[in-house]
Ligand binder design. Structure first.
Ligand code: HEM
Length: 474
């Protein structure tokens, strides 16, 4: 059992030449051997020796630091109980507005059923236990996702679920059966996207085989040889082979993909190539003539971003996906889902409360932006659940484009205001502002990838105009 001390004992025994103790949230810490390793230095710790350092600690660190260094705790203060909650895997955040409204016990939503709630809980737990710790480690060392995590995700059906609803989920065991593959809809999909963005590691988020999300649908929808299609899907869903989508700016026009996410470690490249009368899409296996070079971007190398060269690569004719010269349809069929997924992940961002009115004004603006966009996202997701896939591009291409534009514009405002609020700490990769620094550095990925804001805004308005009946007048 933890030892119990009076505050007097801490004051006397914890402030000597050899020992340095203090109290944080009624727990007693002995940092005598830690002072030299403390990133904030020794002097600050000496100033609070023998005292209650709760306010000083929480002014300068996130609570997770205390959890990480719990070995330094030697006891508690007699008759007192800690008041700060340590979140357990799967827990919801207690910070106001840090969760979507449907997860607050007092709010009801027509969109989320029992299986959505079960999936959210199971995925949050999985994420807290396995994905987040690895995400932080890979962001720090720049290495790629471990095969161990890929295997675990595959076994839990997470790789399958990242592709969204469809037949590929039928009969698959999804996170110990929290949802049946046959029932999986776009709200389940939304939950998967939002939960997996919580690791706060934008580079690693793409490094978790994001290339598969945009590459594999081209195989699933356009590979003619049924047997080969099954075999490829099995290889990718089982995590044995990695796949990415390789289209460059020259081919995709507006969508400036100068880099190929996951390219560095992919085995299969769904590649847009110029053919006589247009663009064709080919499945190319890694082999002779293919070279992938890592490109440095402003997020972490764990995304495996690559520049790829194909030099005299021979591709069998049966590797053509869709029709020759009509590859644009193969590529475009996927965009809606990709853009919507990016909208799901960017809209979530935790906020904090601070005392000054000017800060409250900023927070109010940020809350309004997030809540309004989350509601719009849910409205569109509801349409996706109730519209055949073939109709979605026609009716929802414009709205999804506008939604993604709106969300990444909001992200721009929110990232900017958050750094203003946090000051210098919002610019450091460790410490209190760690989450904000990551968001501010990486929100642009969502504003550019999958269609830049300007292009999507234009697309949205043009699609609306194209639908306007001739006899409609103001
Ligand atoms: C058990 C107690 C403590 C532990 C384990 C601890 C650990 C750390 C760690 C890991 C950092 C690096 C930044 C981060 O990851 O957050 C840090 C920074 C810092 N710590 Fe502590 N610390 C403790 C107590 C304190 C106390 C009581 C004070 C002040 C009286 C303090 C002052 C600072 C300062 C000034 C920094 C640099 C601030 C920054 O980088 O933003 N620390 N500490």
């Amino acid at each position: 059992m933890a030892k119990s001390f009076t505050r007097d004992e801490v004051a006397k025994q914890g402030n000597t030449e050899d020992s340095l103790w203090f109290v944080v949230d009624s727990k007693v810490y002995d940092v005598s051997d830690f002072v030299d390793a403390h990133p904030g230095g020794e002097a600050v710790l000496r100033q609070v020796a023998g005292q209650d350092a709760t306010a000083a600690f929480y002014n300068l660190h996130r609570h997770e630091v205390l959890v990480k260094y719990e070995d330094l705790q030697i006891g508690t203060i007699e008759g007192e109980k800690p008041t700060v909650a340590t979140p357990q895997p799967g827990d919801l955040s207690l910070v106001p507005y840090a969760e979507p409204l449907w997860l607050s016990p007092s709010f009801k939503s027509p969109y989320y059923k029992e299986s959505h709630r079960k999936l959210q809980k199971a995925m949050r737990t999985f994420n807290d236990k396995y994905i987040s710790p690895e995400a932080q480690a890979r962001e720090a060392d720049g290495k790629y996702i471990s095969q161990e995590l890929v295997d675990r995700m595959s076994k839990a059906g997470i790789l399958h679920m990242r592709l969204g609803p469809g037949k590929h989920l039928h009969g698959v065991n999804l996170l110990d059966g929290v949802v049946r593959g046959e029932e999986f809809d776009y709200f389940h999909d939304l939950i998967m996207s939002q939960e997996s963005s919580r690791a706060n590691a934008r580079g690693f988020q793409d490094g978790q085989l994001a290339g598969m999300i945009i590459g594999l649908p081209c195989i699933m929808n356009y590979m003619k040889d049924e047997k080969r299609k099954r075999a490829l899907m099995n290889e990718v869903f089982s995590g044995k082979k990695y796949m990415c989508l390789a289209i460059t700016e020259a081919f995709a026009g507006s969508d400036a993909r100068k880099w190929i996410t996951n390219g560095v470690y992919s085995d299969y490249f769904i590649t847009g190539v110029r053919t006589e009368k247009g663009l064709s899409v080919l499945l190319i296996e890694r082999g002779e003539g293919i070279e992938t070079k890592p490109i440095k971007t402003s997020y972490s190398p764990s995304a495996g971003t690559a520049y790829i060269t194909f030099d005299n690569v021979k591709v069998p004719v049966e590797n053509l996906l869709g029709e020759e010269n009509k590859g644009i349809y193969v590529i475009l069929s996927n965009f809606n889902h990709e853009r919507w997924t990016m909208a799901c992940t960017s809209v979530l961002f935790g906020k904090r409360l601070i005392d000054q009115p000017v800060i409250r004004q900023k927070l109010a603006k940020m809350i309004a932006l997030v809540e309004a966009n989350q509601s719009w996202l849910e409205t569109i997701t509801y349409q996706m659940c109730n519209m055949p896939y073939s109709e979605q591009a026609k009716h929802l291409g414009g709205p999804v484009g506008l939604l993604k534009m709106s969300i990444t514009r909001a992200a721009h405002e929110i990232a900017d205001e958050s750094v203003q609020i946090f000051g210098g700490r919002g610019l450091t990769q460790s410490g209190m502002g760690r989450v904000i620094e990551m968001f501010h550095r990486t929100y642009k990925f969502d504003a550019i990838l999958g269609g830049a804001e300007e292009v999507l805004a234009d697309l949205g308005v043009r699609q609306a105009m194209a639908k306007m009946p001739k006899n409609a007048k103001l």
